[in-house]
Design a protein around this ligand. Structure first.
Ligand SMILES: [Zn+2]
Length: 180
């Protein structure tokens, strides 16, 4: 990992993604293309964005990676096939965030276990926030809590994510006491 000075941040977006810079934009696109959004079919969305998604066994601490193929120019996402499908969903959303927001900065991202120490890098922190908002949009999250259940396990089952991801999302949306 390299350090990047904040002043050197390049936030140029790939021109093809100028209109798709936020989780909300991607959810709108998904609806337009007939991709399920409640909750989001994240692997189908990745395909709609032209990203090739592959599943390969990796060591447990590796979640996945995103790489631009030098010959074809294709963006290839590799997801740890040994992880639980709910963890894979977050990985895919996280790599989508790198593709959409950070492709001007790097053409190779490698991701270890999320939510540990990897948020020291601004791109990792942003990708995690982006992924959480894509899979658990604020409106849908609030609606589920108010109308169905506020239990971490129920939210995790509904959004098909880990309970850790639910807890972090709840906290960032201002909910407290989600230790049940
Ligand atoms: Zn990352």
């Amino acid at each position: 990992m390299a350090f990047i000075k904040k002043s050197e941040r390049k936030h140029r977006l790939d021109p093809e993604f100028e209109e798709l810079a936020t989780p909300k934009d991607l959810l709108d696109l998904a609806r337009k293309r007939g991709v399920e959004t409640n909750p989001i079919n994240i692997s189908q969305l990745a395909s709609e964005l032209g990203i090739v998604v592959r599943y390969e066994p990796m060591s447990d601490e590796d979640s996945g990676q995103l790489k631009k193929d030098k010959k074809s120019g294709d963006w290839i996402m590799t997801v740890n096939s040994l992880h639980h499908p709910h963890r894979q969903r977050f990985t895919i959303a996280h790599e989508i965030a790198h593709r959409i927001r950070h492709a001007a900065n790097s053409d190779h991202f490698e991701d270890k276990t999320f939510f540990r120490n990897n948020e020291s890098n601004w791109m990792e922190a942003e990708a995690n926030q982006f992924a959480a908002a894509l899979i658990m949009p604020e409106e849908a999250f609030t609606k589920f809590v108010e109308e169905k259940s506020a239990k971490v396990e129920d939210l995790a089952l509904h959004f098909k994510v880990s309970s850790m991801a639910v807890r972090i999302r709840a906290k960032s949306l201002g909910y407290e006491g989600h230790n049940a």
